[in-house]
Design a protein around this ligand. Structure first.
Ligand SMILES: CC(C)(COP(=O)(O)OP(=O)(O)OC[C@H]1O[C@@H](n2cnc3c(N)ncnc32)[C@H](O)[C@@H]1OP(=O)(O)O)[C@@H](O)C(=O)NCCC(=O)NCCS
Length: 153
């Protein structure tokens, strides 16, 4: 049994730094499978490695095993200043240990400290796992509906 399984490992949540990008992309490609030319995470971080301002990583025993990309954004009219989560991911060997929850809770706390009005994420309505994760952290389904016009390629 590993130290992690025995609950002895130390999880630390901290803001994401440029030095974390390679590790974040490695976790992302492990989750998404075969490395594609560009993943969604690559696109969000961008070529210049500009990290969205409310992003976090989770370290377990000093190594990054989870990431959450989020930024300050504006919604509605009159507008509300909120935190917007783009994506989060945890190294598969570390799933179901509360790491994602810890990152989401750290983000929510930071958004409150920064006097933002809320924190938000778009979730597929069929994704019960992700909905359960966020509901357990106090998120509730909102009233905005996704309207999209798709283009043929
Ligand atoms: C989704 C993901 C980030 C969850 O990370 P995690 O650290 O394992 O999540 P947590 O341990 O904090 O889980 C909290 C709760 O969420 C729910 N949950 C998380 N993963 C689940 C799963 N595979 N099946 C069912 N419920 C799940 C459970 O309610 C869980 O609580 P429990 O373990 O006490 O039952 C991780 O599975 C992942 O990286 N998945 C691939 C990428 C992805 O889907 N990202 C989200 C798109 S933005």
């Amino acid at each position: 049994m590993s130290a992690t399984e025995r609950g002895e490992s130390k999880i630390r949540i901290r803001p994401m730094e440029p030095m974390d990008i390679d590790r974040v992309l490695a976790i992302d490609s492990k989750i998404t499978g075969v490395r594609r030319a560009a993943t969604y995470t690559d696109l969000i971080i961008g070529d210049l490695g500009k990290i969205p301002d409310l992003s976090f990583v989770a370290e377990v025993d000093g190594e990054v095993q989870g990431f959450l990309l989020a930024r300050r954004d504006y919604f509605g009219e009159p507008f509300s200043e909120e935190g917007m989560i783009h994506i989060l991911g945890v190294e598969p060997d570390y799933w179901r240990q509360g790491i994602a929850t810890r990152m989401v809770d750290a983000l929510a706390e930071t958004c409150q400290e920064k006097k933002l009005n809320a924190v938000r994420i778009m979730i597929d309505e069929r994704d019960d796992q992700l909905q359960s994760l966020f509901e357990r952290s106090g998120f509730r389904r909102g009233k905005l509906v996704d309207y999209t016009k798709k283009f043929k390629k």
